[in-house]
Design a protein around this ligand. Structure first.
Ligand code: PNS
Length: 163
């Protein structure tokens, strides 16, 4: 049984995130989507951890081997707790590389029994990010296709009408 953890802030989960989770679910027996309570990037999250878990759960409901949970600890501790041996992250443009490389190195240093693996983003989602989605939606633009329909609905509820 190979279990992987797919961590992120998921504020909110984009179509790019979902693509990575779907591809990870096709490789591993079980995938745990781990929603980080606190965001390490600038600015507070738009959605609460509970809302982010709700959205991630709804949009992955077609994947029987995927579960979603929140965490507020070291990622490696969460991986140990759920008995996952692999951390799966999506890799977009080279701009992601330095940050992801640093996290992978540090996590390996904390526990070398847990491997980090990267799934490369498809070109359609290469420049897609939760921050860009929030910016576009916040200014009244359409993010249809960039986020799953359920997330689009939540964004409209949170940021107002017109999309
Ligand atoms: O969606 P993101 O911002 O790429 O997710 C980053 C995340 C949540 C994976 C990262 O911040 C994280 O692992 N946080 C938990 C704290 C931790 O373990 N830090 C040590 C690794 S550098």
């Amino acid at each position: 049984m190979k279990r992987a953890v797919c961590p992120g802030t998921f504020d909110p989960m984009t179509s790019g995130h979902l693509d990575i989770v779907e591809r990870a679910a096709a490789i591993f027996d079980e995938v745990v989507v781990a929603v980080a309570v606190s965001a390490d990037k600038g600015g507070g999250p738009l959605f609460t951890p509970e809302e982010r878990v709700e959205m991630a759960t709804a949009v992955t409901s077609h994947l029987p081997n995927v579960t979603v949970r929140q965490f507020d600890s070291l990622l490696v501790d969460l991986a140990r707790q759920v008995e996952a041996t692999v951390i799966v992250k999506g890799l977009r443009a080279v701009t992601d590389f330095e940050r992801e490389f640093q996290m992978a190195q540090l996590n390996y240093r904390i526990d070398s029994a847990i491997e980090t693996m990267f799934i490369v983003s498809i070109p359609d989602y290469m420049y897609l990010s939760s921050s860009a989605v929030k910016q576009i939606a916040g200014h009244g633009g359409s993010v249809e296709g960039l986020v799953p329909a359920h997330v689009n609905k939540r964004l409209v509820e949170r940021l107002g009408t017109g999309r």
